[in-house]
Design a protein around this ligand. Structure first.
Ligand code: G
Ligand code: MN
Length: 269
């Protein structure tokens, strides 16, 4: 009984959210949230291109709390900006070690529409990174998961344009699901599309293959990169490569792991 969605009774769901929010705020103060990293690699050379920072939280009272749950609570209880700052803090702390292991890599951080709607978000974010090392900006990436409509908000646009100009890469997460739409894609600053794992799961279907090929062409023609999410099997790997998608992330390569547990090199066998 971990997720609030399992509570049929609304008052119990509310009580759970309040408890999770309280414990989460405490975990952020104590620094007990842990950022894990999951690699995205070149499927041919196995070079590590990006490490996605993914938050993991074990609470003494609540046990393991799924990120889907605590991120939803953080968003509804006004804690998402604090959570974002805590993740950036840990990533910046880990970056020297990461660049020793993978000098060309970027670290990708998931960012919420709520954060991007704050007028000073980009300026403050860039400032925090620059204070430490201006060179770090080109080793960071932001993953955008929001519904595409949020990008019509002028503040969100400005933030994204500022970040992009500062050299931060922008990736559209879970692309091709309800969260994204083609109609505004050409107006957005972005460097990368992360193809939602449902396409990888459906690769047996010739129509899904045709859709993947369309994404390959779209990203290729506009010099953006395309990464397949949720790569789990050898069969998916060879299908993806045959369709022209040469970057991937998923359990076949590695699950998210603590930095100290990550091998330097990844094989696909
Ligand atoms: O929305 P986003 O793509 O950022 O979600 C990342 C989540 O997906 C992480 O919690 C991670 O544990 C999970 N994940 C990573 N690789 C795989 C995979 O190969 N298969 C599945 N089903 N989930 C994955
Ligand atoms: Mn992501």
């Amino acid at each position: 009984m971990n997720s609030m969605t399992f509570h049929a009774d609304p008052s119990r769901a509310e009580a759970r959210q309040t408890l999770v929010a309280h414990r989460l705020a405490q975990a952020m103060r104590l620094g007990t949230l842990k950022v894990h990293y999951q690699p995205e690699i070149d499927l041919n050379t196995h070079q590590v291109l990006t490490l996605e920072a993914l938050c993991r939280w074990h609470d003494d009272e609540l046990n393991q709390v799924a990120p889907d749950e605590f991120i939803a609570v953080a968003e509804s209880k006004g804690l998402i900006a604090d959570l974002g700052r805590e993740i950036l803090r840990q990533v910046l702390n880990d970056l020297p070690q990461i660049l020793l292991n993978w000098p060309q890599a970027r670290v990708a951080i998931n960012v919420s529409g709520i954060e991007l709607s704050q007028a000073q978000f980009a300026a403050q974010w860039i400032q925090r990174v620059q204070n430490l090392n201006p060179d770090y900006l080109k080793h960071l990436e932001l993953e955008l998961t929001e519904s595409i409509y949020v990008y019509d908000v002028p503040t969100v646009r400005l933030n994204l344009e500022n970040l992009h100009q500062a050299g931060v890469h922008l990736a559209i997460d879970d692309f091709g699901t309800g969260q994204s739409s083609l109609s505004r894609l050409h107006t957005l600053p972005f460097d990368k599309i992360k193809m939602d794992r449902s396409f990888v799961q459906g690769l047996q279907n010739p129509m899904v293959q045709a859709i993947v090929q369309a994404m390959v062409k779209l990203t290729h023609d506009f010099h953006r990169s395309l990464v397949a999410e949720g790569l789990e099997t050898q069969e998916q790997l060879s299908l993806l490569k045959s369709l022209g998608c040469h970057l991937g992330q998923g359990y076949l390569i590695s699950p998210p792991k603590a930095l100290t547990e990550l091998p330097k090199q990844f094989s696909l066998l």
